[in-house]
Design a protein around this ligand. Structure first.
Ligand SMILES: *[C@@H]1O[C@H](CO)[C@@H](O)[C@H](O)[C@H]1NC(C)=O
Length: 443
């Protein structure tokens, strides 16, 4: 934003300086002495003035354009895109559209669940524009009934089909994980289609058992510029792993956070990230692979206080028990938040870390038992401190938060801190203030 304002400021300064110079030049010209010369001089002056006016008109036009872009972005309060390196750097023939024309497809990963209808119906219902947010359904598994359901949407969606339906050779002790291998192969192929064949710059990935919230598109549209600008971010996710009804603050559906945990379940990535991951894409368990430090590289995702997706599918490779115990309780936001009109700069690394740290370590410490007994309610937000893996797991479980860790990172955690509501109080489950990093051996 500073860069943009500078451009405008310089434009104005140049414009004024140029005018001053012209005036000075005209005033200090020697007065011509013969009548013949005079006519010539006047004509020349008129010609000069006309040329000058043309030039200034062009200059003014440019200034106006920059101002318009700038004020639009000021209004939207997100960082600008046109001059950002990620947009202006040419990458393999992708075009560099202006932000207003930017196209972000939704890639729906489908297999053999005809209930994909529920996912597609909601996407189409809330889709602000078919041009700006096209829906691409990638189908694996060759399931006829599901193919018919997808085909019934006609040109409302783009239907692509993963061509390789063969079994994947897996180690014998992994035979029961064949499904995970197929999912990984499908993601590999589908993301390749989106970024190499269709040549999109970014994409939102959802699976066929996700239902989206009314402001799903609004959220991603608003967070997209953050992802472009802030290289310490690598995704925007619609999911809060601790987003159960009683654990989120429904008075603040607009609240967003940074998280070190890759949540998936409705997530936006840039083509550049695919370029980085594709050559080493794993044969199976792609989501946990992404959570490994070799891939994550200390980058964070944006996640909401209240999820913008919910999963309705019990049938699936990884769900089942996890769905019954956990996923089905995640609250889907039902309030439209006009994210593109909000100031989201509080989410930049520097801003977020400063205020988050103040909030977490400025909060008084309380023991889990005191919380459970609803004591010291006058304290407001409180911190529960843990210093070992065992303590984290015990406290998380006692307070109803997810207690598993991937590569040492707790679900929805940021710098080791997991925040949620417990009995209507804001709780920060946090490591000691001198925390320096995750221990990948915590699992
Ligand atoms: C947006 O919020 C930041 C603080 O996070 C503030 O410094 C900035 O002035 C705000 N911008 C606008 C346009 O209100």
């Amino acid at each position: 934003m500073l860069r943009k304002s500078n451009v405008v400021l310089w434009g104005v300064v140049l414009f004024v300086a140029w005018n001053a110079l012209i005036l000075l030049f005209l005033w200090t010209r020697p007065t011509p002495d013969t009548p013949g010369n005079l006519t010539y001089e006047v004509m020349k002056l008129a010609q000069d003035a006309e040329d000058e006016l043309e030039r200034q008109k062009g200059l003014l036009q440019q200034i106006r354009e920059y101002s318009a872009i700038w004020s639009r972005q000021q209004k939207k309060t997100v960082t600008p895109a046109p001059a950002s390196p990620s947009l202006s750097s040419p990458s393999r023939g992708r075009t560099d559209p202006k932000p207003a024309e930017l196209v972000i497809p939704v890639l729906v990963i489908a297999c053999d669940r005809s209930t994909v209808r529920r996912c597609l119906d909601k996407l189409i219902q809330y889709q602000p524009s078919k041009e700006r947010f096209p829906i691409v359904v990638s189908q694996d598994c060759g399931h006829q009934e599901t193919a018919q359901v997808i085909a019934s949407y006609g040109d409302a969606v783009v239907h692509i089909k993963q061509p390789d339906l063969g079994e994947i050779p897996v180690p014998s002790d992994h035979r029961k994980f064949q499904g995970y291998y197929k999912i990984s192969r499908h993601y590999h192929w589908a993301l390749g289609q989106v970024f190499h064949v269709l040549k999109y710059q970014a994409a939102i990935v959802v699976e066929d058992d996700l239902e989206v919230a009314p402001d799903f598109f609004e959220y991603f549209q608003a967070a997209f510029p953050l992802l472009l600008e802030d290289k310490t971010l690598w995704c925007v996710s619609a999911w809060n792993d601790n987003g159960k009804e009683q654990m989120v603050d429904s008075r603040h559906p607009e609240t967003l956070y940074r998280t070190d945990f890759f949540p998936g379940l409705g997530w936006l990535l840039l083509a550049e990230l695919w370029d980085e991951l594709e050559p080493k894409w794993p044969k199976a368990f792609w989501d946990d692979w992404m959570r490994h430090p070799d891939q994550r590289k200390e980058r964070a995702c944006i996640r909401p206080e209240i999820s913008r997706t919910m999963t309705f599918g019990r049938k699936g490779v990884s769900h089942g028990q996890f769905f019954d115990q956990h996923l089905k309780f995640i609250k889907l936001n039902d309030h439209f938040v006009p994210f593109t009109e909000l100031n989201l700069t509080y989410l930049t690394k520097e801003n977020f870390e400063r205020t988050f740290r103040e909030e977490v370590y400025g909060a008084p410490e309380l023991r889990v038992e005191e919380l459970q007994g609803n004591q010291r309610q006058e304290l407001g937000a409180v911190r529960v401190q843990y210093s070992s893996r065992e303590a984290f797991k015990a406290f998380a479980k006692a307070l109803g938060a997810m207690d598993d860790l991937k590569a040492g990172v707790p679900r929805a955690g940021y710098h080791g801190v997991v925040t949620f509501l417990y009995r209507s109080r804001r709780v920060y489950l946090a490591p000691p203030p001198d925390w320096t990093g995750y221990d990948p051996s915590w699992s």
